[in-house]
Design a protein around this ligand. Structure first.
Ligand SMILES: C[S@@+](CC[C@H](N)C(=O)[O-])C[C@H]1O[C@@H](n2cnc3c(N)ncnc32)[C@H](O)[C@@H]1O
Length: 206
């Protein structure tokens, strides 16, 4: 199988597996390119952050695992975006950490594995780690109303709408639904969803 990334990234097997494919992170970064600053809560080895930083002036990632944050810093260097990225070790439910972040938009990427096998995902907002409901409340209180949520395919539109009005992208590859990206932006009045098809093996040209 061809790799998900155009570079030999730093990260353990889990970070690689959980990481957003490069081509989808690039799409997400382009969608957010009007913002000057973005924070990602639960950034893992930083695979979304390194793409965001190509379009956005200031990118901050937070993850509870020190080793992942160390790898995110190395990945930022690998992708040539060290100057406008910052990575912090911390618990994203810690209000002091959230208060210290200032960003115009925030990406939430909690862990959705059910714990049994890698391909089994939880289907309730409260079951992600940390709880998606709690993360939304905290992000809205301390950072911004402009929130992007990378959610498992097991989250229905009704579930995603519990968090607010949203535009949802159903991300497919090889005609298989893999995950969802839900955008909750201040100016949205009505929820919508669309299917997007990617070939995750399409790597970015340098
Ligand atoms: C789905 S992965 C993120 C993948 C990443 N966005 C990427 O594309 O490379 C979820 C991450 O949440 C982190 N995490 C779980 N609970 C956390 C918490 N309370 N505070 C901060 N990070 C947490 C895990 O360490 C893990 O790296």
């Amino acid at each position: 199988m061809k790799p998900k990334y155009s570079k030999d990234i730093y990260g353990d097997e889990d970070a690689y597996y959980m990481g957003c494919p490069e081509i989808v992170s690039k799409h997400l970064a382009e969608k957010l390119s009007d913002f000057d600053s973005v924070a990602e809560l639960c950034c893992g080895a930083g695979m979304i952050c390194v793409q965001l930083a190509k379009y956005i002036d200031k990118v901050v990632g937070v993850d509870i695992k020190k080793r992942r944050v160390q790898n995110a810093k190395k990945n930022a260097k690998l992708y040539g975006v060290s100057d406008n990225t910052e990575f912090i070790v911390g618990d994203v439910t810690d209000e002091n950490i959230l208060k210290s972040l200032s960003a115009e938009a925030v990406i939430l990427e909690p862990d959705w594995s059910s714990g049994k096998n890698k391909d089994e995902h939880v289907s309730k907002l409260e079951s992600t780690k940390p709880s998606s409901l709690k993360l939304f409340q905290l992000a809205r209180k301390y950072i911004t109303e402009n929130i992007v949520f990378r959610a498992p395919k097991t989250f229905s539109m009704e579930t995603l709408e519990e968090l607010g009005v949203c535009r949802v992208e159903n991300i497919h590859w090889n005609d298989e639904l893999k995950f969802k990206i839900a955008y909750y932006f201040e100016n949205y009045k009505k929820s919508e969803e669309e299917d997007l098809h990617f070939d995750p093996k399409t790597l970015l040209e340098e």
